[in-house]
Ligand binder design. Structure first.
Ligand code: C2O
Length: 518
């Protein structure tokens, strides 16, 4: 094991990753930010200097933070946020997670403006039988993209008038990014393409990340069938497919064998097709395919692939289907769920408030972060003089489910909304025990080989049962990962093992940060 140390400076810059200049919030002047690459047994130390005029915090999506809940990076929950001009050092071991993930700001909608990057954790355990081999790895970091600062878009979205007078309609992306280069949707516009150079006949593991804020993206490569092997850190029984759709915050690994022929320049489009089913985009001539270029080492250095309008999955891909990432993936290694002991039913939807806003509600509670506080310190009580929040459920705007013993919890979710929502549980990789249309009324669950993943798309008007074990002390957010929806309150917390947490030492800098924020 090693200690891997990174220095992050968060700052405001001008950038034009799709050709349109805007103010961006980035780490170390880069978009995407630095790739963190570690081995599972390592310690990760990230010194974050905040040079923004606002608070920030950095979250390590999908990591368990077992024993270090205070470094989960969730503003208002596990920390108070790094004040402008100040710094915080995150320092933790990786623990249970290995695979493809990402880091991002976790303060309001800040990551939408560019504070994100890949996080790759190489496993300690040897590869299980049945996992195919590959020669090289490439990271494909994709996102929808806006031309305005997210704070301004959020104000309009949450105002009683909504955007363009329609309350509840989320900001519509202007375009998209693939490894920090992209194109925008309006007709006749430019942008640029990220280029991957591949060696003919090698096999590549492409680590796909949807780091976006709102839209799902469908990933495919012209001329190349793909083989799916990983979903959010869970190895998948190798599944051939033509393309795969990633909801916001989901990750996949696919294998690509570089043996295609037929393109005149030995170049092929890589596509991140922005799925527009969640919004209406009505400019004529729009192209919702965000593209990158695969260029074989025998290709001419400047030629472009053929017609961007005709996606072609290539020979060997005929008849291959996309697969559903919630119900159709089979784990390569069976990891059976324990029997449940406690059920926690939730319903969520969007409603108007008395003051005319339109917010997300989970069990009648819409989250707003405690001002200048963190739930972690509030639950612990005194280190900085806060009163403990109620022992079980809602206190003010906080829906907090507290379990002070090791239990197996079934979150029984009813989505009463007309949209699909990618929910993420911090600190865990829950089992997807069942899902279907309508309400949960005790339908039978999949106990044989359920998939575990940390970000799960819950379709409109459907139910889902997610199972996890409360063996990780701390405050764990469970929220819709659409940036606009989290900011609109679609978030609750699980407070696991508070008595154990009370016996642990919260680092002095986490406590001091809350005192400074107060
Ligand atoms: Cu990707 Cu609450 O996090």
């Amino acid at each position: 094991p090693q200690t891997r140390e990174y220095n992050f400076t968060v700052e405001m810059v001008q950038g034009a990753p799709d050709g349109v200049s805007r103010t961006m919030l980035v780490v170390n002047g880069m978009y995407p930010g630095p790739t963190i690459e570690v081995n599972q047994a390592d310690r990760l130390v990230v010194n974050v200097q905040n040079n923004l005029p606002n608070t920030t915090s950095i979250h390590w999506h999908g990591l368990f933070q077992n024993g270090t809940n205070w470094y989960d990076g969730t503003s208002g929950i596990t920390e108070c946020g790094i004040p402008p001009g100040q710094s915080l050092t995150y320092n933790f071991t990786l623990g249970e997670f290995s695979g493809t993930t990402w880091w991002h700001a976790h303060f309001s909608t800040q990551y939408t403006d560019g504070i994100t990057g890949p996080l790759i954790v190489h496993p300690t355990a040897p590869s299980p039988p049945g996992l195919p081999q590959w020669d090289e790895e490439l990271v494909v970091h994709m996102a929808d993209w806006y031309h305005d600062l997210s704070a301004d878009l959020l104000d309009a979205y949450l105002s009683p008038f909504g955007i363009d007078g329609t309350q509840g309609d989320e900001p519509v992306p202007d375009g998209g990014m693939l490894n920090g280069l992209g194109q925008y949707f309006a007709a006749g516009t430019g942008g640029s393409y990220f280029n991957f150079t591949l060696q003919r006949n090698k096999t590549y593991r492409l680590r796909l990340i949807n780091s976006g804020s709102f839209a799902s993206v469908r990933f495919s490569v012209d001329g190349h069938p793909l083989t799916l092997i990983e979903a959010d850190g869970t190895l998948i029984s190798p599944t051939p497919l033509a393309g795969i759709t990633l909801a916001v915050a989901q990750r996949y690994s696919v294998l690509l064998h570089a043996n295609a022929t037929g393109s005149p320049n030995s170049t092929y489009w890589m596509r991140a097709a922005v799925q527009s089913d969640m919004f209406t985009y009505d400019q004529p001539g729009q192209n919702l395919d965000i593209r990158g270029i695969i260029r074989y080492d025998d290709a001419s250095p400047s030629g472009l692939p053929g017609d961007p309008a005709s996606a072609d999955p290539g020979s060997g891909a005929q008849g291959l289907q996309d697969v559903d990432g919630t119900t159709a993936l089979v784990p390569l290694v069976a990891d059976p769920a324990p029997n449940f002991t406690v059920a926690f039913p939730i319903v969520f939807d969007f409603q108007n408030t008395d003051d005319g806003r339109f917010l997300g509600f989970i069990n009648s509670s819409s989250w707003e972060p405690l001002k200048g506080q963190s739930t972690l310190l509030a639950v612990l009580g005194s280190p900085s003089g806060y009163a403990p929040v109620g022992s079980s459920v809602a206190t003010g705007d906080q829906l907090i489910a507290t379990v002070d013993s090791i239990q197996v919890v079934d979150i029984r979710v009813d989505n009463l909304d007309d949209g699909d929502h990618p929910f993420h549980l911090h600190g865990h990789r829950p089992w997807i025990m069942g899902a279907g249309a309508g309400r949960y009324i005790g339908q039978s669950l999949n106990v044989t080989n359920p998939l575990r993943r940390d970000t799960i798309l819950i379709p409109a008007y459907s139910w889902m049962v997610l199972r996890f074990v409360t063996d990780n002390p701390g405050l764990w957010a469970f929220h819709c990962h659409l940036a606009w929806h989290m900011a609109a309150g679609l978030l609750m917390q699980f407070n696991s093992l508070p008595s154990t947490l009370a016996g642990m030492d919260v680092p002095a800098d986490i406590v001091a940060q809350c005192k400074a924020a107060k």
